[in-house]
Design a binder for this molecule. Structure first.
Ligand SMILES: *[C@@H]1O[C@H](CO)[C@@H](O)[C@H](O)[C@H]1NC(C)=O
Ligand SMILES: *[C@@H]1O[C@H](CO)[C@@H](O)[C@H](O)[C@H]1NC(C)=O
Ligand SMILES: *[C@@H]1O[C@H](CO)[C@@H](O)[C@H](O)[C@H]1NC(C)=O
Length: 361
């Protein structure tokens, strides 16, 4: 009881674009009946959505019965103009369960004698039924006789979540392929269906693009992300560095459409200043190293040291950069002794006059 209710509900939903006159038929989704419709394969059989993979739903797919289909899937559209017919799309878009009407021009009929037929967009992205052919009744206009219904199309690619097709697969037509975002097309993006019903090229494939796990920051910080072996395009990961480390780069990275991360941030260590009894210039301020917070400078910071002129009693400066925990004193720098520092603080190299430009030639 429960199941049949669900079946009815799903089918009513899937066929809701049908007119009121067809509602009786929509009451129930047929069991899988093959042979009546010319189609290569039916999608996977199902009873409910959870029988299907992600993105697919258990919907009524005509003669295939309840099947796992992707509701947004498109059928070829526009179709080439019919020889003696007008083709009208009855639904807003040519997606799954959309309907189109083929109406023969006045004086022409289909092989079953009627002048109109409705085709439905199936889960395999093909319009239901045979290619309708409108022909003049015997004795009428010269045209292809009834019963001569050629099967004049090339086969569309296998059902694929990522690959979509635009255009017609009838002989002499061209189709274009598109890959869903987050995937790349491998092969030709266009194809032509030859008169002998073979494609010029094999169908392309869409390969999902993924990014590898982003670069770790070891024990210096954290990545704010769900740990996975691969990440999808558009996924974003945040970087946080521990307190004494400086983030070098943006605080977030995104998986790009070419499978790389938008940046490679790192957590950089601070540098101890290799001077004790001499002032240095940090951030434009001349100060004693022990006045710096923790006696260290941040990654990327410039530290200017004072060196003594080899002959004269004057000083010149030399600058070094803190690079990820490494800051070396310039070769000209000599840290004063404890005695010099205590007894003659005014004679320390960092405190005496700067050399004239002429002295440094
Ligand atoms: C089909 O026709 C095309 C173009 O005329 C030709 O290149 C191809 O070899 C034919 N294929 C077969 C299987 O006959
Ligand atoms: C990936 O794309 C980005 C942005 O478009 C570009 O900067 C980067 O060089 C590309 N990387 C590779 C390996 O192609
Ligand atoms: C350090 O010095 C270099 C070269 O003079 C300069 O380009 C850079 O901006 C300085 N860095 C800081 C943090 O002041």
């Amino acid at each position: 009881m429960e199941r049949s209710l669900l079946v009815a509900f799903v089918c009513v939903w899937a066929l809701s674009s049908l007119s009121a006159a067809s509602e009786d038929a929509a009451e129930q989704c047929p069991e899988r009946i093959l042979g009546n419709e010319r189609r290569q394969t039916c999608p996977k059989k199902c009873q409910q959505d959870k029988d299907c993979g992600n993105k697919r739903q258990c919907l009524c797919d005509g003669q295939c019965g309840l099947s796992c289909v992707v509701p947004g899937r498109m059928c070829p559209w526009p179709l080439p103009l019919g020889k003696h017919s007008d083709i009208v799309l009855l639904s807003p878009s040519p997606s799954f369960s959309a309907l189109l009407e083929v109406r023969c021009k006045s004086g022409y009929t289909l092989s079953n004698g009627l002048d109109t037929t409705i085709r439905r967009c199936q889960g395999d992205r093909q319009w239901s039924g045979d290619e309708p052919v409108c022909s003049a009744p015997p004795g009428g206009d010269v045209s292809a006789g009834p019963g001569l219904v050629p099967d004049v199309s090339c086969s569309l690619p296998e059902d694929d979540d990522l690959l979509s097709v635009q255009g017609s697969a009838t002989t002499g037509s061209t189709i274009k392929y598109r890959c869903a975002s987050g995937s790349v097309l491998i092969g030709n993006s266009e194809n032509i269906c030859h008169e002998n019903q073979t494609w010029q090229y094999p169908h392309p494939i869409c390969r999902r693009v993924v990014c590898p796990p982003p670069k770790e920051v070891a024990d210096r910080g954290h990545l704010v992300a769900v740990q996975r072996t691969e990440y999808d395009v558009g996924d974003t990961i945040y970087y946080l560095c521990k307190k004494t480390f400086l983030l070098d780069g943006p605080n977030q990275v995104t998986c790009l459409p070419n499978g790389t991360w938008s940046a490679e941030p790192a957590c950089r260590a601070r540098c101890p200043v290799p001077a004790q009894r001499s002032r240095v210039i940090v951030g434009g301020v001349k100060r004693w190293p022990y006045d710096l917070t923790d006696g260290v400078v941040a990654h990327g910071e410039n530290v200017t040291f004072f060196c003594k002129h080899p002959e004269k009693l004057c000083s010149f400066t030399a600058t070094e950069v803190c690079v990820d925990g490494e800051l070396k004193a310039p070769s000209c720098y000599l840290d004063p002794t404890w005695l010099q520092f205590k007894l003659y603080p005014h004679r320390l190299v960092s405190e005496i006059d700067a050399c004239d430009r002429a002295d440094l030639q």
